[in-house]
Design a protein around this ligand. Structure first.
Ligand SMILES: Nc1ncnc2c1ncn2[C@@H]1O[C@H](COP(=O)(O)OP(=O)(O)OP(=O)(O)O)[C@@H](O)[C@H]1O
Ligand SMILES: [Mg+2]
Length: 242
């Protein structure tokens, strides 16, 4: 098989009992690409992300990450960073320890030494513009700051793939707009293959290289924002983008 950098999904199906939640999905996401994933509630977006992340493994079909069959990789070895809608920070840990978490849980032989962990966390704090916030606890941060800590934590493991499930869902419009642009810039700089699930069409259209629109476990259309807007493949796509 041709080696493909990025994510390559072929004929992926997922059933829960008799319900088919993903049905023969095929999708290529190039290395460094930002794919926006849109679709109605229940269409299978989170399920797809969880499979790529290695959090669900009962599926049919094939998921390759940078040319390697994902089912052969343990979750930790996949180097996938993820951020979910409700900032799942560890409330009892400082900002510093939240970011360091993914490095500390590595097996000893892969774990960086303490000075290296400190260096990396400081670097990430600067990257997400939270220098000096390391000693704070999550409850001492604003929503946007928490979300940036969650991103820094996801980036700490130097992910090959970044999966974002409604990461800005809980934020007000202004903060959301700022964070969205900031994320886009960061994602470009680091060239991380990224899938961003969002309910916000405008958000998807504005920052995605391509958008995939899901419908009942299928991909209704995938293409550039312009393609979806100007040449919707079906009535569903047209209605959804309204
Ligand atoms: N563990 C599970 N057991 C049974 N059904 C499930 C399970 N997880 C998800 N589903 C079903 O799979 C379908 C897709 O769910 P999923 O969470 O992927 O949707 P989604 O597109 O992320 O929706 P939302 O936009 O509301 O987050 C839904 O009908 C859901 O009820
Ligand atoms: Mg979801």
């Amino acid at each position: 098989m041709e080696s493909h950098l990025g994510i390559s999904i072929s004929n992926l199906s997922r059933r829960f009992g008799r319900t088919t939640v993903l049905e023969r999905i095929s999708l290529q996401i190039a290395r460094g690409e930002l794919l926006g994933l849109l679709g109605p509630s229940g269409s299978g977006k989170t399920t797809l992300l969880r499979i790529i992340a290695g959090l669900e493994y009962q599926y049919e079909g094939c998921v390759m990450i940078d040319g390697v069959d994902a089912s052969a990789l343990e979750v930790k070895a996949r180097r996938v960073g993820f951020v979910f809608q409700h900032y799942a920070l560890f409330e009892q840990l400082s900002v510093f320890e939240n970011i360091a978490f993914g490095l500390r849980v590595r097996p000893r032989r892969l774990r960086p030494i303490e000075t290296e962990i400190t260096r990396r966390v400081q670097q990430l704090l600067a990257l997400v513009q939270l220098e000096g916030y390391g000693k704070r606890f999550p409850h001492q941060l604003s929503g946007g700051q928490r979300q940036r800590v969650a991103l820094a934590r996801a980036l700490a493991i130097e992910p090959r793939v970044l999966l974002l499930d409604e990461p800005f869902g809980a934020l007000d419009a202004k903060v959301r707009l700022d964070l969205r642009q900031w994320l886009r810039q960061l994602q470009r700089e680091l060239a991380i293959t990224t899938v961003l699930v969002t309910h916000d069409q405008q958000e998807a259209m504005q920052i995605s290289d391509r958008v995939a629109l899901m419908h009942d476990g299928h991909i209704a259309q995938v293409g550039s924002p312009t393609q979806l807007r100007d040449a919707p493949a079906s009535g569903f796509v047209q209605d959804f983008l309204g």
